[in-house]
Design a protein around this ligand. Structure first.
Ligand code: IDP
Ligand code: MG
Length: 139
């Protein structure tokens, strides 16, 4: 089933000029980038986006990291896009990520792990609507 998911290229990757390399891996996995913009997240945006993690010990550090530089927010489309994106991203901790995944190739640490991807179609819809209006998504 064709679906959409939400993706972020995180500050550690934009800082190292890896936007194109990350997106080549996403496109190589069959995902289409149907919306994209480069933004610098505000503290409020990052706190709200990662609100589910606000009780976790790493929350403050995560928000500081996500606002430390520009990110690229994007919508990916394809067959089983949510799961496919999670597969090509690899495990949260790059030490546990499989060969051939984005995090294995590029992540610096469990926090600075280069990419975000929605974990379910329901959250994908919420996350896409947080950053994009319908007219900005062009399939
Ligand atoms: P995910 O990005 O693979 O879905 P989540 O558990 O949803 O992983 O965590 C969100 C983000 O929070 C991670 O991508 C990573 O940047 C950061 N994070 C997760 N666990 C830790 C940790 O134990 N220490 C520091 N940062 C973490
Ligand atoms: Mg997550």
């Amino acid at each position: 089933m064709t679906e959409q998911t939400f993706s972020i290229i995180k500050p550690d990757a934009t800082r190292r000029n890896l936007t194109g390399s990350v997106n080549a891996m996403l496109e190589g996995a069959g995902l289409r980038i149907v919306a994209q913009k480069r933004i610098h997240m505000s503290q409020a945006q990052a706190e709200s986006f990662y609100g589910v993690h606000k009780e976790r010990p790493f929350f403050g550090s995560l928000v500081a990291f996500m606002t430390s530089g520009p990110v690229v927010v994007q919508v990916l489309e394809g067959e089983n896009a949510v799961l496919k994106n999670r597969e090509v991203m690899g495990a949260t901790n790059p030490e546990q990520a499989d060969e051939g995944t984005i995090r294995k190739a590029f992540a610096e640490s469990i926090e600075a792990n280069s990419v975000h991807g929605s974990d379910s179609p329901e959250n994908a819809a919420i996350e896409i609507a947080y950053f994009f209006s319908g007219t900005e998504i062009v399939g």
